[in-house]
Design a protein around this ligand. Structure first.
Ligand code: SF4
Length: 417
C-alpha cells in the first residue's frame, strides 16, 4: 500500500494507485476501505433472469470446489462475459473448456476495452450535418469527426483511442459517456464544428438543428429522375430534381431520352457530369435536397431562346419531395411560379409516400468494435473466414460480424442487442 492509503491495482499493466473511495483509470476496480474490489455489475445473469431464461448452477453451494472440472456431460458452461484483464501477461480469470459430442469447446473470453472502441453512426438525413473531417463535440469536448458519406447517408465516427485516452481526462470521460449513452439507446446531443447540432437516439429519427427528420431520399437526383420519369411524362415539360450530390434534369437524362422527352433549352449552374446529371449546383446545406438554396431558380441560368417556348411547364422538386415548386415560362422565357397542377400533386405526393415508407431516417448502423482475446490473435479472422473451418463467434449482448479490414476485430451491431 502507498503512503496515502492508495492501493495498487495489478489487474492490468496500467498499475493504477487508487485512493480510498476512488476508482482506477478504467472505472472497473476501486479502493473500498483498503480492499481492491471489482465494481461493475455482472449483468449477463441478470439479463438471462429478467428474460425468464434458466440459469445453470456453477457449483453445488453446499460443498467446496475440489479442483475438478465442474460441468457434467449434460451441462454446457462457457466463460463468456466472465471478463479478463485484456491482452496482457495474465491469464483470464475464467477459462472454461469442455468436450461436447467429441468436439473441443473453448471459450474465447472477451472484455471490450473502451479505449479501443468506437461507434459509427449512420445518419439518414438530407440535411447537411457539416464538412467531412470536422470535429464532433459532446458537452463541448471533441468526441469524433464527420467521416465519408456512404450512399446517401451521412456518417459520424465517434470514440477511438485519440478521444478516449489521447486528450484530457474530461474529454475521455465525455467520449466514453457519449458512447455508452448511444449504446444504451439514450439521446445524445452532438455538435459539428461549422455544422449542425444533432440529437441522436438509436431507433429514432435524428433531430437536426431542432427539426426532427421526417424522411430521407431514396436516391440522388439522377436516380429519382430514373424512377419517376414515366410518371411525369406528358404532365410537365421539364423536371429538375435538386440534390446536393447529383441534380437530375429530365429532358437531358437518359430516362428522358428513352421516353422521347424533347429538349427544353434549360441551362443549369454547377458542373455537368454526364447528360442530365449535375454536380455542385449549390453548396451543401439544410434546405432544398441537402443544399443551401432556398430559391430553386437560383440554380438555373437563362433558358436557351432557340429551344425554350412560352408556357413551358417546369417542375422543381427535392430528392425527398419535401420541397417542390411549379413554374411556367412567360413571354420573355422567365419562370413564373404557379400553383401545382393536380396531376403533378399526385406525382410529388408519390415521391413523399415512397420515401416515407422506404427510408425511415434512423441511425441504423451503430457499431462498437472490440477485439477478442486469444493466444494467437491473428488466427481468429482466418478461422472464421475460412470455408474449410467451422468456427463461430458469440457475444452475450449482440450479434457479431467480422471487420473486413481487420479480421481480428469484431463488429457488434448494438441496435440488434
Ligand atoms: S485494471 Fe483498471 S484500475 Fe486496475 S490497473 Fe488497469 S486501469 Fe487501473
Amino acid at each position: 500500500m502507498a503512503d496515502d492509503d492508495a492501493i495498487r491495482c495489478d489487474a492490468c499493466p496500467v498499475l493504477c494507485y487508487i485512493k480510498p473511495g476512488r476508482t482506477g483509470a478504467c472505472d472497473r476496480y476501486a479502493n473500498d476501505n483498503g480492499q481492491l474490489i471489482r465494481i461493475d455489475p455482472h449483468v449477463v445473469l441478470d439479463r438471462a433472469l429478467s428474460r425468464g431464461d434458466s440459469v445453470v448452477p456453477f457449483l453445488d453451494p453446499n460443498r467446496e470446489w475440489d479442483g475438478n472440472i465442474v460441468s457434467g456431460p449434460d451441462t454446457f458452461v462457457t466463460a463468456i462475459g466472465a471478463g479478463t484483464t485484456y491482452p496482457d501477461y495474465k491469464p483470464a480469470p475464467f477459462i472454461i473448456s469442455s468436450v461436447v459430442q467429441g468436439v473441443d469447446l473453448v471459450t474465447v473470453v472477451t472484455e471490450g476495452i473502451f479505449s479501443y472502441c468506437g461507434v459509427k453512426l449512420k445518419i439518414d438525413t438530407d440535411r447537411y450535418l457539416g464538412p467531412e473531417t470536422n470535429l464532433i463535440r459532446a458537452q463541448g469536448e471533441p468526441v469524433g469527426h464527420v467521416t465519408t458519406s456512404e450512399y446517401g447517408s451521412q456518417m459520424l465516427s465517434l470514440g477511438g483511442v485519440r478521444h478516449l485516452t489521447g486528450g484530457s481526462r474530461r474529454q475521455g470521460t465525455v467520449t466514453c459517456e457519449t458512447l455508452l449513452n448511444l449504446c444504451d439507446r439514450k439521446p445524445v446531443e452532438l455538435t459539428v464544428d461549422d455544422g449542425a447540432t444533432i440529437i441522436v437516439e438509436a431507433g429514432k429519427p435524428p433531430v437536426v438543428d431542432g427539426i426532427q427528420e421526417q424522411r430521407m431520399r431514396v436516391g440522388c437526383g439522377s436516380a429519382s429522375i430514373g424512377m419517376f420519369a414515366k410518371q411525369w411524362q406528358g404532365k410537365v415539360d421539364e423536371v429538375v430534381v435538386v440534390d446536393d450530390h447529383i441534380t437530375g434534369v429530365l429532358s437531358e437524362h437518359q430516362a428522358g431520352k428513352l421516353l422521347g422527352i424533347p429538349e427544353t433549352g434549360i441551362e443549369m449552374k454547377g458542373r455537368r457530369s454526364t447528360p442530365g446529371r449535375y454536380f455542385r449546383v449549390a453548396e451543401p446545406g439544410t434546405a432544398w435536397g441537402g443544399t443551401n438554396i432556398e430559391d430553386p431558380l437560383s440554380i438555373l441560368k437563362e433558358f436557351d431562346p432557340q429551344i425554350a417556348w412560352p408556357k413551358l411547364r417546369l417542375l422543381m422538386v427535392s430528392t425527398t419531395g419535401e420541397h417542390h415548386a411549379y413554374f411556367e415560362l412567360d413571354e420573355s422565357l422567365h419562370p413564373v411560379e404557379k400553383n401545382l397542377p393536380a396531376e403533378l400533386t399526385e406525382s410529388v405526393a408519390r415521391i413523399e409516400s415512397l420515401k416515407t415508407r422506404c427510408d425511415l431516417p434512423i441511425p441504423s448502423a451503430m457499431r462498437l468494435r472490440v477485439s477478442p482475446v486469444e493466444e494467437r490473435p491473428c488466427t481468429c479472422g482466418p478461422a472464421v473466414a475460412s470455408p474449410s473451418w467451422s468456427t463461430s463467434l458469440a457475444c452475450p449482448s449482440a450479434p457479431l460480424d467480422m471487420c473486413p479490414l481487420q479480421p481480428s476485430s469484431l463488429l457488434s451491431n448494438l441496435l440488434s442487442s
